[in-house]
Design a protein around this ligand. Structure first.
Ligand SMILES: Cc1ncc(COP(=O)(O)O)c(C=O)c1O
Length: 366
């Protein structure tokens, strides 16, 4: 007899992350490719955050203190977040990316047979993590590429412990607005935790975007997740955070590995948060890229879903893997996110141009 995991583990389809650029270039024998596959900020991190990493590392090395564990409480970054968001430090939890927090909150509240309601397609990690606890993901189809919050509210049963709203949604880039979100919150009973994943929060320009913090302040069962991986450009160093009532944070903290965020990530995040002009600049670059891509996609009649995030969803009406591989041969890496859908991250102007040129070549060939 060999060791076997429970069925609910062996049935999980593993998450396939976008490959590192170097690996793809090696495999395909190409160079100078552009990676528009993982919704990173193409501008990179704030220079202030970079300097903080360098200074902090220099300090840790010169004082011979890299052998010491980081501050498990994340004192400075929690203080900075608390001041910026007017939330108490006890209402904040730090994660090794927000991905870790998704996993932790699920493990904290979901047990065998419990249900978690979520949209489909949405961030692929939700159903995987729910399944990994023996819970049951209840996937509600999108409506007009957007979370159908009314249908999701109807999906809540006595067995439901959690409901996920990715706002904006990955992979479609659509948002849920204030009114419909308030309506959802009015319909969700106490005892069901609403997890609002706002990974792309800082990219939003729509004034009607849902106000999740209001429901947190009203004392509801809600957890808001944000990250330094997207507009703050720190995906490689892994840090994200959650906001919820103190009693909810206390419970999730019981499962949090004590040193889950490292010293460099914590200090980088403090300085990233200070540099508001970098966030503004990154948002502007994204808006410019968006306008350029819309114009070009319109010019050859390609279908796309208008986005509030830093990526665009393209329902192709044809096999997405074929297009993905053809673009790859032209050195442009996008992400197939469904049988007939690809998602492209909005890049720097020259990267967007490379994508459009490659698309034109591929389309022209047919
Ligand atoms: C909707 C959403 N949530 C969470 C994450 C995880 O981000 P991280 O773990 O880097 O904070 C991502 C990353 O792509 C995402 O798209």
């Amino acid at each position: 007899m060999t060791i076997k995991p429970p069925d609910y583990i062996s049935n999980i389809k593993p998450y396939v992350p976008g490959k590192p650029i170097e690996e793809l270039e090696r495999e395909l024998g190409i160079r100078n490719s552009v990676k528009l596959a993982s919704n990173e900020n193409p501008v990179g991190p704030s220079p202030m955050a970079l300097q903080a990493i360098i200074d902090s590392l220099t300090y840790l090395v010169s004082t011979n203190s890299l052998n010491r564990y980081p501050d498990g409480s994340g004192y400075y970054i929690k203080k900075a977040l608390s001041e910026k968001l007017s939330v108490r430090e006890e209402e904040i939890i730090l994660g090794n990316g927000s991905n870790e927090l998704i996993d932790l909150v699920i493990r904290t509240f979901i047990q065998l047979g419990d249900e978690a309601v979520m949209a489909h397609p949405s961030f692929i990690v939700y159903p995987m993590s729910v399944q990994a606890t023996g819970g049951k993901p209840i996937q509600i189809p999108l409506r007009n590429y957007t979370h159908d919050l009314d249908a999701m509210a109807k999906g809540v049963t006595q067995n439901t412990k959690m409901l996920f709203v990715a706002n904006p949604n990955n992979p479609t880039g659509t948002i849920n607005k204030r009114e419909e979100f308030d309506r959802l919150m009015n319909r969700i009973p106490d005892g069901v935790l609403v997890v609002v994943d706002e990974a792309y929060y800082e990219y939003i320009t729509d004034a009607e975007y849902a106000d999740s913090i209001k429901h947190f302040r009203a004392g509801r069962d809600i957890l808001i997740l944000r990250t330094f991986s997207k507009i703050y450009g720190l995906a490689g160093i892994r840090i994200g955070y959650g906001i919820a009532r103190e009693d909810i944070i206390v419970e999730i903290n019981k499962l949090r590995p004590p040193f889950n965020t490292n010293s460099l990530a914590q200090i980088a995040a403090v300085y990233a948060l200070k540099d508001e002009s970098h966030v503004k600049y990154s948002r502007e670059i994204n808006e410019q890229g968006k306008r350029y891509l819309y114009k070009e996609l319109d010019s050859f009649g390609m279908n796309y879903v208008p986005t509030e995030a830093n990526f665009i969803y393209l329902p192709l009406g044809e096999n997405s893997n074929v297009l993905y591989n053809e673009l790859l041969r032209h050195g442009v890496i996008v992400r197939p996110v469904g049988p007939q859908e690809i998602r492209v991250t909005i890049g720097l102007p020259e990267e967007n141009k490379r994508f459009i040129e490659a698309l034109k070549k591929v389309k022209g060939k047919k």
